[in-house]
Ligand binder design. Structure first.
Ligand SMILES: [Zn+2]
Length: 385
């Protein structure tokens, strides 16, 4: 007999505004909140691409005073957040706007926590730690990957230890996520691959997470469908706008899936590679995911089959859905120009014990459908050598 679904709730905190050129509506959206002072968080690359200016021009045309904060790095740290809070203290914004990739969006959320509720970033590590209302915020992603625009978590690393803190609260979610595909066209090919593979891993891991619900799976599966269709085309033809739109929307749906279901072992394994070996997130998660899918396969056959059904050719000649999915994922990592193994990523002699212990301590490991002990995690790293 089938087990009835567990009790669950579903909430979408973020209003999606989607369309080519939609960045021009930023000012009008800000005025809907009756806001007058916008702190815009962006990064220097996005400023150089001209996207930030499109957003600030729209805000200013609607009569808002704008202050720009661009001291945001890849994998934002508590130092970036503190610098942004300093600017917020002097400028006193009544609206936060993030224009950029996951780093800018996460940094804006981090600034919002500390500026609105006081204390320091560490106080918000975990879920639901905000002590009061946060400023309304609008997210304008220029990459298609992290899904930060549609979920309430900010990943902020401790500036000293580099340990990533997931800080989430429904009040930190953007009120509006503005998806303008034209802003994603300037991503370098490597960024497209890193963020796209990350989004795909969000779809796959959230679909089988222990915390998955009937609602979250709607988003996981649709995210997977769009990304599976769009990513191979975007890798082959970066200017394909229709494929870019699919990838952008897929990444946002995957963010919504994460918000309602969390992730799994591939993310637990990826984080220590980023913290200890500077492997960027999309690369780290992309090379670990096929191994995690094979590890989970026996217990997740039906769920993986739901995803494989969206692939061209279905299950093909593979013996199981897990094998087919793992093989397809591994091929796509290579098609995106990413390293398929630890050695190819420059880690010749991995410190398996240290890495596995760090992976076991990751919160997200607990949501993997098959329990992962330290020995399992060490073996998964070994498989990825
Ligand atoms: Zn990720």
């Amino acid at each position: 007999m089938a087990t009835p679904p567990q009790p669950f709730e579903f909430r979408a905190a973020t209003r999606l505004v989607v369309g080519a050129g939609a960045v021009g509506r930023l000012g009008a959206l800000a005025r809907e909140f009756a806001r007058r002072r916008a702190l815009v968080v962006s990064d220097p690359g996005v400023v150089r691409a001209g996207h930030t200016a499109l957003g600030t021009a729209s805000l200013e045309a609607s009569g808002l005073a704008v202050r720009l904060f661009t001291d945001v790095g890849e994998n934002p740290t508590t130092a970036h957040v503190d610098a942004g809070v300093e600017v917020a203290r002097s400028f006193r914004p009544d609206l936060l706007v993030a224009i950029g990739g996951g780093s800018s969006m996460d940094c804006a959320k981090g600034i919002n926590f500390v500026h609105s509720c006081g204390g320091r970033m560490h106080d918000y590590h975990g879920r639901g730690k905000a002590t009061g209302p946060l400023l309304p915020s609008i997210g304008v992603p220029t990459t298609a990957g992290t899904g930060s625009e549609t979920q309430s978590f900010a990943l902020i690393s401790d500036a000293m230890t580099h340990v990533k803190m997931a800080c989430g609260d429904p009040r930190a979610a953007f009120r509006v996520a503005l998806l303008d595909v034209l802003l994603t066209l300037t991503q370098p090919a490597r960024v497209t691959a890193l963020t796209g593979i990350d989004a795909l891993s969000h779809a796959v891991e959230s679909h089988v997470s222990r915390a998955a619900t009937p609602a979250s799976r709607i988003f996981s599966r649709e995210a997977f469908r769009l990304l599976a269709m769009g990513l191979p085309r975007v890798f082959a033809e970066p200017g394909d706008i229709e494929a870019r739109e699919r990838v952008q929307l897929g990444a946002s749906w995957a963010g919504m899936a994460i918000e309602n279901s969390m992730l799994g072992a591939a993310h637990a394994l990826a984080n220590p590679l980023t913290a200890n070996h500077d492997v960027v997130h999309g690369q780290a998660v992309g090379m670990m995911l096929p191994h995690v899918v094979r590890f989970n396969a026996a217990g997740c056959a039906d769920r993986y089959a739901e995803l494989v059904a969206e692939l061209p050719g279905g299950c093909g000649s593979a013996v199981s859905a897990g094998d087919r999915l793992a093989g397809w994922l591994a091929d796509l990592v290579v098609a995106g120009g990413l390293a398929p193994s630890l050695s190819a990523a420059g880690i010749a002699i991995p410190d398996l014990g240290t890495l596995a212990a760090a992976a076991a301590s990751q919160w997200t490991a607990g949501f993997n459908p098959r329990p992962v002990a330290i020995e399992d995690l060490a073996r998964l790293y070994e498989d990825a050598r």
